[in-house]
Design a protein around this ligand. Structure first.
Ligand code: SME
Length: 182
């Protein structure tokens, strides 16, 4: 049995929690707060007790891809030195290195502010990795004042992301960041 499965099962109702968060088949996204609450719990379950940041990013990207509809790319860029470097993701192969301040990801990293872009074609300097992308949200990952990287989600739908997505993803990143800090 893997580490996180043991950890989840040792909690009160661990078995039930595990089944609920990992075997979920998300329906419509009309109740976004509930969807993000489940996603946050799932991220907590799979990262619990695991210190490897790449493994934790990989599982988080898989869960985001599983839970959230209408995405064509979901994944991470890690801050290495003074640039962002591609991390674990779901979707098509993407550009590998992004300078701070460049594109949507580099802007989120440089400002440490969420970038929620309704139409990427209207964003100055947007970097087109997948031509299917129309809207995008990028959330900085900060732990104890240190920028670790960014979470980047792309959608083929215009204005796919709203305030509820930003709030939900910010909460997910808050529980994930400590699991990426080693
Ligand atoms: N569009 C991003 C680049 C990363 S891909 O979307 C995966 C940007 O402008 O920074």
């Amino acid at each position: 049995m893997t580490n996180w499965r043991s950890a989840a099962r040792s909690r009160p109702d661990g078995e039930g929690v595990l089944d609920r968060v990992l075997d979920v088949v998300p329906g419509s996204a009309t109740d976004k707060p509930a969807l993000y609450s489940s996603l946050k719990m799932a991220v907590q379950v799979v990262t619990d007790g695991e210190r490897d940041p790449i493994a934790n990013m990989a599982n988080a990207a898989a869960l985001i891809w599983q839970y959230l509809p209408d995405l064509n790319w979901a994944g991470f860029y890690r801050l290495i030195g003074d640039e962002l470097v591609l991390g674990p993701f779901q979707g098509k192969a993407a550009c590998i290195r992004i300078a701070l301040g460049r594109g949507v990801c580099g802007t989120a990293a440089a400002t440490r502010e969420v970038q929620c872009v309704a139409d990427v074609h209207a964003f100055p300097g947007h970097i087109a990795c997948d031509t299917a992308s129309v809207s995008e949200v990028v959330v900085p990952l900060v732990y104890e004042g240190r920028l670790l990287g960014v979470l980047d989600l792309d959608s083929p739908r215009p204005a796919r992301f709203d305030e509820e997505d930003v709030a939900g993803l910010t909460a997910v990143c808050a529980v994930l960041a400590p699991a990426l800090a080693h």
